[in-house]
Design a protein around this ligand. Structure first.
Ligand code: FES
Length: 153
């Protein structure tokens, strides 16, 4: 692991000790620093703290908020709920993937700038189809609108 990564983990570890933190708060801090939970960070933290790695992975698999694969700087998520689906969200998703040259199971661009994924209903069905860009909901989207938006990013 790189020295800079270890420095970040040391800060998280110190905070964990000072605040008598939880596994969840540690994982949130790691994800906030690295944008996902790299496997070697879990083992580093497990060894340092004495908390078994299996405990970390139990939490990671239980909560949908944690990601174990690298994620892009910008997260673009098309809603795949029933209403958005009927209103054409799949076309938006496919257009995004095409525009960003994502192939096969790839969901992050080679330069790490974008991750494209699908999310369940966002509770904004009245403005379907919905796309969530970096946690902000955009309604009444279309393939062309999202392409224009990512070109500005
Ligand atoms: S189905 Fe997309 S916001 Fe509800």
């Amino acid at each position: 692991m790189e020295e800079s990564a270890i420095e970040k983990l040391e800060v998280i570890y110190d905070r964990y000790v000072e605040t008598e933190g939880s596994v969840i708060s540690v994982l949130q801090d790691i994800q906030s620093e690295f944008r996902y939970i790299p496997e070697d960070t879990v083992y580093w933290f497990s060894e340092k703290s004495g908390v078994p790695a299996s405990k970390f992975y139990g939490v990671i698999t239980f909560y949908g908020q944690f990601h174990t694969k690298p994620r892009g700087e910008n997260i673009i998520a098309t809603c795949c709920g029933a209403v958005c689906h009927v209103k054409g969200s799949e076309r938006i998703f496919l257009k995004l993937r095409e525009e960003l040259s994502l192939r096969g199971g790839q969901d992050m661009t080679a330069d790490g700038r974008f991750t494209v994924e699908q999310v369940s209903c966002q509770g904004a069905c009245n403005v379907a189809p919905v796309v969530v860009v970096n946690d902000k909901i955009y309604g009444k989207m279309s393939p062309n609108k999202i392409v224009k938006q990512i070109k500005k990013m």
